[in-house]
Design a protein around this ligand. Structure first.
Ligand SMILES: C[S@@+](CC[C@H](N)C(=O)[O-])C[C@H]1O[C@@H](n2cnc3c(N)ncnc32)[C@H](O)[C@@H]1O
Length: 230
């Protein structure tokens, strides 16, 4: 399966343009009691953004006691910092490919007095050999060739290449019983979720009046025959 629901390409292209312009502004948002400063070029955690969509659906997840949590593509830190504030006890690591996002997430952690570990990384490169109870990624969603650096890292995933790498690599960084969560959309390719090495489940979804569907997908390693009771 490539896309799972059709949408009006012109309406979505217009909404994307407005969304892109927003990313070039300087603003500070209050996200679940955390202040997130988002300079131009760092993903803006507005109340209508995929950041708050992700947080709404992660809030229903039981992370257990003292969980170790990794956010891939931490951006401003809005989501990771909100979780760290709510859960209090735990290990919180955030990675991002963008130098500006890394600097911003670190300064937002200081601004909110929260202790998180932020590293520069292309997906899992900076956490080689490390495992977590939960991993999440508010991924770039739009299946379209980027025309700028902002689009490339924050908004576009042509051919689903980033999603494909995340689905393949995330299980290697999960502790037994752990789960990864990734955003997906009908404006992006969902074929990488068909990977036979993982099991997927829908954790939450929302439909917007542009016809765009945002979904949060839960990923766990596929059960092997050895794991299946006779
Ligand atoms: C849609 S933004 C989400 C930002 C933040 N998590 C939030 O929800 O507000 C996607 C983020 O993923 C980062 N990103 C994109 N590709 C990446 C990669 N290969 N490795 C690490 N981070 C990546 C971008 O720089 C951007 O900060």
């Amino acid at each position: 399966m490539r896309h799972w629901a059709s949408f009006d390409r012109e309406v979505v292209a217009g909404a994307h343009e407005a969304h892109l312009q927003l990313q070039l502004t300087d603003a500070t948002y209050s996200v679940d009691g955390v202040e997130a400063h988002c300079p131009p070029g760092v993903y803006h955690a507005t109340s209508a953004s995929s950041s708050t969509f992700l947080l709404r659906h992660l809030n229903g997840v039981n992370f257990g006691d003292h969980p170790s949590i990794l956010e891939v593509g931490v951006g401003s830190g809005a989501v990771l910092l909100s979780l760290a504030k709510r859960l209090g006890d735990g290990v919180f690591v955030g990675v991002d490919i963008s130098d500006l996002a890394v600097k911003t997430a670190r300064s937002n952690a200081v601004r909110n007095g929260l202790n998180v570990d932020i590293r520069k990384s292309d997906l899992f490169d900076a956490v080689a050999g490390e495992r977590f109870d939960a991993i999440f990624f508010n991924a770039p969603l739009y299946d379209r060739e980027p025309r700028s650096a902002v689009e490339e890292h924050m908004l576009c995933d042509p051919g689903g290449r980033i999603l494909e790498r995340f689905v393949r690599e995330a299980p290697r960084h999960l502790k037994p019983g752990g789960a990864a969560f990734v955003t997906a959309s009908n404006i992006g390719l969902v074929a990488p979720l068909d990977d036979p090495t993982v099991s997927i489940a829908l954790k939450g979804a929302e439909l917007f009046d542009t016809g765009v569907i945002r979904a949060l997908v839960r990923i766990t390693p596929a059960r092997t025959r050895k794991d299946t009771p006779p």
